[in-house]
Design a protein around this ligand. Structure first.
Ligand code: SAH
Length: 349
């Protein structure tokens, strides 16, 4: 049976190699080639005997993604990739440069089933979840392409990471392994639309990552109309589990709040949000909604956002406006898609 080697942990790889009668040190060599030196092919693994390379090619194919299309923002040099997966599906990833280094926003699924009304990722529907190697491969391929170390990861691309829990946990394990790219768990953020039982499971893992929660509304009335997940796990239940999360992990939660003009940006919304989050170890990240062709929402005005920030600060809550990057290449939050859309197709011609 062929095994997807990029998704295997070092322990699994070692066990397989021992089973096959290979010397144990070969597993470490191969693991490091794949995850530290980012070799895309066995023929790059120069310290392996040729016959072993040939065997490995058959037993353990390397399912890397390839760059189908790359767009670079003229405004801030943000790079958006359309990656082709080995079965022909597509996902997008974005690399952003900050003062502290490069960050990649990776996708965890092809499409999304969550159906948030303002988000492009959900428009083409849900196709499938990515396996751990496919999430890693976005990072590896992008890092090789830009030729710089990527030190931070946000699981904020296409898909709902907690709807692909086991694969995402294994991805985290692989990406933080010191034999590989060795990214610190503290440099990783995971964003969820609020799958409450999975947040509960995450609490038990006691990871040092940053949890971001897409709140976008302070009550069920508004949240139900833009986020179907809210019908299953209502706002107060979500905020409660977030409180448990911060109490048990002592990690600050980041709430994402897309500002939709005239819809969730009123003084009443800010007050209700403030009263619900008061006293909590949290930060609110306001995101003027990025326009998506198929959705009617417009971003709030800077004055409205400023007023929202002031009201929240009256409740002792710190909030900031998320910097918008890659706006000329549709690389901002909620603009990632699974297909080469019409415009992109035209661009490539
Ligand atoms: N499924 C995860 C991660 C993906 S999206 C989640 O829901 O959190 C990352 C963030 O961008 C989420 O907070 C999401 O709600 C937000 N977002 C989606 N569409 C947006 C848009 N058009 N404008 C601004 N933010 C958007």
């Amino acid at each position: 049976m062929n095994r997807d080697i990029l998704s295997m942990t070092f322990d699994e790889l070692s066990a397989e190699f021992v089973n096959l009668g290979y010397p144990k040190f070969r597993a470490k060599q191969v693991y490091e080639w794949l995850h530290k030196h980012l070799a895309g092919e066995y023929d790059e693994m120069s310290n392996l005997p040729k016959n072993l390379r040939e065997e490995l090619k058959v037993r353990f194919p390397i399912y890397n993604c390839t760059v189908e299309k790359k767009q670079v923002s003229k405004i801030d040099h943000t790079v958006k990739y359309l990656f082709k997966l080995h079965d022909g599906d597509y996902v997008e990833s974005v690399v952003m440069k900050y003062k502290y280094g490069y960050t990649i926003c990776v996708s965890s699924q092809v499409g999304c089933k969550m159906g948030c009304a303002f988000c492009a990722s959900t428009i083409g529907g849900f196709k499938r979840s990515l396996n751990p190697g496919e999430i890693l491969s976005q990072l590896y391929t992008a890092q090789k392409d830009i030729g710089e170390r990527i030190s931070h990861i946000v699981l904020m691309g296409m898909g709902e990471p907690l709807d692909n829990f086991d694969n995402v946990m294994r991805f985290l394990d692989l990406v933080t392994n010191e034999l590989g790219v060795n990214i610190s768990m503290r440099n990783i953020s995971l964003s969820t639309c609020g799958v409450v039982p999975k947040i509960e499971e995450l609490i038990d893992k006691k990871l040092q990552l940053t949890l971001s929660v897409s709140l976008h509304a302070p009550n069920d009335e508004i949240r139900n109309t833009i986020m179907p997940i809210n019908k299953k796990y209502p706002v107060d239940q979500l905020i409660n589990i977030c409180k448990t999360y911060t109490n048990k992990t002592s990690r600050r939660i980041s709430f994402e709040y897309s500002m939709l003009s005239g819809f969730n940006d009123t003084d009443e919304c800010a007050k209700l949000l403030g009263s619900k989050l008061k006293g909590m170890l949290c930060h609110v990240n306001l995101i003027p909604v990025n326009e998506v062709d198929e959705s009617p929402y417009k971003p709030s005005t800077p004055e409205r956002i400023e007023r929202f920030i002031q009201i929240l600060s009256g409740y002792g809550i710190n909030s900031t406006v998320r910097r918008k990057l890659g706006s000329d290449i549709d690389a901002s939050c909620g603009q990632l898609r699974q297909k080469k859309n019409k415009k992109q197709k035209e661009d490539t011609l």
